[in-house]
Every structure is written in C-alpha cells, then in structure tokens.
Design a protein around this ligand. Structure first.
Ligand code: NAD
Ligand code: IPM
Ligand code: MN
Length: 366
C-alpha cells in the first residue's frame, strides 16, 4: 500500500509534455530543446506528435478531431517548434494548428520576454544586458486573428476584402489584468521589481477598438496604484524601441501589434533565433514556442539557432514549477553566448546540433 502511494506521488510529479516540432527548422531546434531538458534532469515525460506540413500533405488532416481537448486533458504543457511550408501556400495547416491551439484552448496570454544576453548581440550602440529586460504581453485570441470577414467579387476589379478586428470587453480586460498581475508578481533578471505597464494601441486611428482598450486600461490600472502606467501609439513605440529601449518594462498590446513588435524586439536580442514565448492560460495546459517561424531557406542545413527553442523549454519548465532546471538551462545558454559556442547568426561557428550539444553538456555538468 505504501509503495503504491509512493508510485502515484512520483508519477504525478512528472509533467507530461506534448512535443510538436512542426515544419522546417522546428524539426531541428526542438530536438535540441529536448536534449537540454533531459540534461537538466527535468521530470518530464515527452510524447511527440507529427502535426505539420508533411502530415497535412499526406492525408489532408491538419488537426485530428478532438485533439485540442485531448491535449488539454492529457498533458501539462505543449512544446511547439514552428509551422509553415512553401508546399502549403495557403498556410492552412499552420493556421489550424497554431492559431487553433491558441484560440480553441483559450491560451489568451502570449508572454514574450525580451532579454539581452550579451551586449555584442544588440544592434544598438551602448545597450548592455541590464538595459534590455522587458516583456511583451500579447493578446492571443482576438483582434484581426479571428478569421472574421470575407471576400466579395473576388478576381474582379471591384474586389473587396474585409478582415474584422474583434475586441471584446472580456478579452481586453483579462489581458490587461494579466499584464498588471505579471508586473506585480515578476522581477527583472537582475532582481529588482517590475514597475510599469505600458499599453500600446492605435487609438488615434482605430477609435472604436482603441477606445475600449483605453477605458479598460484606466479602469484596471486604478486597481494597481503602485504600478506606473504609460501609453504609446504603436508606431511611436516602434520608433522608441530602436532608438532607446531602456525604459520598457511590461508592454501589453493586441494580437497583431504584439506579433509585429516582438519580431522587432527579437532583433534587439540578437535576432529571431534568441526569442522565446509562452502561450498561457493560467491553471490550464499552456503552449510554449520560440518566436521564430519555420525559416524555409535555412531549414535542413543545421544552421538554425536552437537557443530560442532551448530558452522556450526553460520557460516551460519554470512555468511547470521546475525553476532550478530552468535556471540551469538559461545559465548554460548564457555561457554559450558569452563563449561564442553558438550558430553563425549570433557570431559563432557551430551548427544547430553542436550548439545544442554544447548547452546540454554544460547543463549536465552544472
Ligand atoms: P521566420 O521567423 O521563419 O524567419 C525570419 C528570418 O529570421 C529569416 O531570415 C530566418 O532565416 C531567420 N530566422 C528565424 N529563425 C531563426 C533561427 N532559429 N536561427 C537563425 N535564423 C533564424 O519568419 P518568416 O520567414 O516570415 O516565415 C517563414 C514561415 O514560418 C512562414 O510560413 C510563416 O508563416 C511561418 N511562421 C511560423 C511561426 C510559428 O509557427 N510560430 C512564426 C513565424 C512565422
Ligand atoms: C507568431 C507567428 C504567427 C502569428 C503566424 C505564424 C500566424 O508570426 O507566432 O508570431 O502571427 O501569431
Ligand atoms: Mn510572429
């Protein structure tokens, strides 16, 4: 009886992870992320799924029926690579798998940390790691991503294409509240408290949606008097991000602006190969993926930077309560960056596998 109880306890401590490498460089970087987790001794049980372009082309299935419900029921988290393949120009599989997961599993908070590991990685002059440590909280289920709209008179000179921008009170409020809670409960890497939330929109032009964001931002901010607030139109924010990103702390914005500014922000970190993200729904199965896509031109060449995926795995472990394992992996990546044990995009000479191997070995010996 005693033994049975012990077994149950240890089994439930192991986290069940669904791994979906996807397409292109996703297939190369995710194995490196898996290696790092294994090297850290993380208590994870991994199950791989072959969803992606190959499977879609073979059988026209993007997501097997009932699969999202099964993921939510049977797994603690999902680790994803990337989707996108030139053989599927409609991008239908990426849309149904990635956007499907975000929307149907209601993973409403897309958390994208922006952190500089070494000054040499930032294209801006004089920016040190301590200067660049902010996070973008991107609304992940609404906006222009809802696929609402249509085409009228297609293929004629009078063609009309409509893409609606959906902003619900519930959706706007929960992401803004998430950003304030994140600010109140998370620290910067160097240990100081986070202090401000900046909301970015385009309310000078998109007055209906922007008006809702503005009103909700003010209402929720009033509940957090200790947190400073700021607002920037998203165009001005882009300019400031490349001119001087030092003042940013927590940024909250809608789905599309969040998509765009996090590629820009990835550029400040050393490129898309360095950026991690989590698609979160508190207390529920969440999904983690590097910010980058499938990068078809560099796929299959062993040159893609695996660090975004490896840091994503660390983020996932942290989320699952394995802070020690997450820290080991982050520290090893930091050392790899400092010692230039990296792929060429960030100045090293290693291949994807070799850079992943270096990190895994460093994690094992830490
Ligand atoms: P991308 O992120 O794949 O590539 C943009 C640029 O960054 C390219 O120059 C690429 O070589 C480089 N890059 C990206 N990741 C890198 C890495 N790990 N190491 C080194 N360089 C890296 O974006 P894209 O070219 O706009 O899109 C390609 C495909 O990926 C499209 O089908 C797109 O829809 C898809 N996509 C998918 C996701 C996702 O699944 N999460 C995200 C973005 C784009
Ligand atoms: C991302 C990607 C996706 C998005 C694409 C592939 C639909 O760019 O995760 O950042 O726009 O959200
Ligand atoms: Mn993107």
């Amino acid at each position: 009886m005693m033994e049975a109880c012990a077994t149950v306890a240890s089994v439930s401590a192991t986290k069940r992870i669904a791994v979906i490498a996807g397409d292109g460089i996703g297939k190369e970087v995710i194995p490196q992320a898996v290696k790092a987790m294994e090297a850290a001794g993380a208590a994870v049980e991994l199950t791989s799924f072959d969803w992606g372009a190959d499977r879609y082309l073979a059988g026209k299935v993007t997501v097997p029926s009932g699969a999202f419900a099964a993921l939510a029921r049977d797994f603690d988290a999902i680790l994803v690579g990337a989707f996108g393949d030139p053989r599927v120009p409609s991008n239908i599989h990426a849309k149904e798998i990635l956007l499907g997961m975000r929307c149907q599993m209601d993973l409403f908070a897309n958390v994208r940390p922006v952190r500089l590991m070494d000054a040499s990685l930032c294209p801006l002059k004089g920016i040190e790691p301590k200067d660049l440590d902010f996070v973008v909280i991107r609304e992940n289920t609404e906006g222009v991503y809802g696929d609402i709209g249509g085409i009228f008179k297609q293929g004629t000179p009078d063609e009309v294409a409509i893409q609606e921008d959906v902003n619900t009170r519930k959706g706007v409020e929960r992401i803004i509240r998430y950003a304030f809670e994140y600010c109140a409960t998370n620290r910067k890497i160097e240990g100081s408290a986070r202090r401000s939330v900046l909301m970015s929109d385009k309310s000078n032009a998109m007055t209906h949606a922007g008006g809702l964001w503005q009103r909700v931002f003010k209402e929720v901010a009033a509940e957090y008097p200790q947190i400073e607030t700021q607002h920037m139109y998203v165009d001005a924010l882009c300019m400031q991000m490349v001119r001087d990103p030092r003042g940013f702390d927590v940024i909250v914005t809608n789905n599309m602006f969040g998509d765009i500014i996090t590629d820009l922000a990835a550029g400040l970190q050393g490129g898309l190969g360095m950026a991690a993200s989590g698609n979160l729904r508190p207390e529920k199965t969440s999904m983690f993926e590097p910010v980058h896509g499938s990068a078809p031109p560099i796929a299959g060449k062993n040159i893609a930077n695996p660090f975004g995926a490896i840091l994503t795995a660390a983020m996932m472990l942290g989320h699952l309560g394995m802070a020690g394992e997450a820290q080991k992996i982050e520290t090893a990546v930091l050392e790899a960056v400092r010692q230039k044990k990296t792929t060429a995009d960030i100045g090293g000479k290693l291949g994807t596998r070799e850079a992943g191997e270096w990190v895994a070995e460093r994690v094992s010996s830490s």
